[in-house]
Design a protein around this ligand. Structure first.
Ligand SMILES: Cc1cc2nc3c(=O)[nH]c(=O)nc-3n(C[C@H](O)[C@H](O)[C@H](O)COP(=O)(O)OP(=O)(O)OC[C@H]3O[C@@H](n4cnc5c(N)ncnc54)[C@H](O)[C@@H]3O)c2cc1C
Length: 359
């Protein structure tokens, strides 16, 4: 490997995807690659994406990050699972815990034992057999100084601070950051491979491998290489999120909360310095004003800003790797997994027709 020409890797975009790619490549490729990341402060990042699952530890451990420093740098909190409210019916709740629930006997998994005991009227709620659920109900978490714990956990973190932390990590390991607006993409006339990004001010950033992390724009894989977008709207109709931060309630709860709403659902993500709230919905069934009012009526602490809309289309690029370009994050795809197929509210256009005396 030492005799090969080093790779010139160019990452387009500096959101969570771009800086995660930069940090990981800098950590594992070291001197075998030069890494340049291009991002534009004028465009900014999507700014959402604060709840994680336990696989995030692969990244934290893989990068060799100190957990306490990571928690401080990103205002992170611990997450034991997700509380789902009102999904089955109003008033119903279910806690999806990370980690093991109960213990099987021999080859019989715990869920089979539980189902049998439940049928005989001898078992309690499924969550009664989960350490994570017990801790979440009490608002507790425990970890020793060396990081040991019996609880399976992930984090909530501030996505902007997370990207900033990964930027410091990457730049310390030699990643070059270029601030600028990507205006066009230069391709090789014979192979069609990408040769360079052309930036404002007649600047050019050349490379051999390109990573498209430009978010929903998908400037390289989608626009320049023409890889088509597979639209999943007919399966997953939600298309708008409203995000608003709020002051923390007195006690932080160690879990994400997901509450069903008439045309979507609402998230609540507790961080050390604020709570992240959002309402994901389908704009064919609810107007932005209605969705915003519903969100604000259900935010626990005082809102710290006006709700900010993020519009999206569920779907993905047909391929994630084409020519010498790999897409990561939103440039590759985004799925908002809520289907509205049971007792859906009436679409706005029907309501408008009804008001006009239509059907
Ligand atoms: C409503 C919603 C909720 C989500 N919730 C979660 C969650 O709870 N947990 C989770 O893990 N993920 C979540 N995600 C996904 C998460 O936000 C993304 O996967 C993650 O933030 C990665 O975003 P990104 O880096 O791909 O894109 P972005 O953050 O949009 O970054 C794009 C980058 O490209 C740059 N760029 C774009 N165009 C140009 C140009 N012309 N020139 C130069 N630079 C350019 C921008 O400046 C920016 O740096 C959510 C997403 C949405 C939409």
């Amino acid at each position: 490997m030492s005799e090969r020409t080093p790779l010139d890797i160019v990452i387009a975009g500096g959101g969570t995807a771009g800086w995660t790619a930069a940090a990981t490549l800098a950590r594992f490729l070291g001197n075998y690659a030069t890494i340049t990341l291009v991002e534009s402060d004028a465009i900014g990042t999507v700014g959402v994406g604060e709840a994680t699952i336990p696989q995030i530890h692969n990244l934290i451990v893989g990068l060799g990050l100190d957990q306490a420093e990571f928690l401080r740098a990103t205002n992170a909190t611990f997450k034991l699972g997700i509380g789902f409210n009102d999904w089955l019916r109003p008033g119903h709740s279910y806690f999806h815990s990370f980690g093991q629930v109960g213990r099987g006997v021999g080859l019989i998994p715990f869920r089979q034992l539980w189902l049998r005991a439940r049928g005989l009227g001898q078992a309690g709620d499924y969550g009664d057999y989960s350490l994570n659920v017990a801790a979440a109900r009490l608002g507790r978490f425990a970890i020793s100084e060396d990081g040991a714990t019996d609880l399976a956990y992930a984090y909530h973190f501030d996505a902007t601070l997370f990207a900033q932390m990964l930027r410091r990590y990457s730049e310390d390991r030699g990643v070059r950051r270029v601030e600028g607006l990507i205006e066009s993409v230069e391709r090789d006339a014979d192979t069609g491979d990408i040769r360079a990004l052309k930036l404002d001010g007649d600047r050019r950033v050349a490379g051999t491998l390109f990573i498209d992390c430009t978010g929903f724009r998908s400037l390289l894989l989608g626009d320049a290489l023409g890889v088509s977008f597979i639209d999943w709207r007919r399966y997953l109709p939600c298309n708008t999120a409203l995000a608003v931060p709020s002051e923390n309630p007195s006690a932080l709860r160690p879990f994400t909360q997901s509450t069903a709403r008439p045309a979507g659902w609402q998230w609540r993500i507790p961080l050390q310095h604020r709570t992240g709230n959002g309402h994901v919905f389908c704009s064919e069934f609810m107007s932005v004003d209605e969705a915003s009012a519903l969100l604000l009526a259900n935010v626990e602490g005082t809102p710290l800003a006006d709700p900010r809309p993020v519009r999206f289309v569920s779907g993905h690029r047909e391929q994630f790797w084409s020519h010498n370009c790999v897409a990561l994050g939103l440039a590759a795809g985004f799925m908002e997994p809520l289907r509205i197929d049971q007792h859906p509210p009436r679409p706005i256009r029907d309501r408008t027709l009804a008001q006009r005396g239509g059907r």
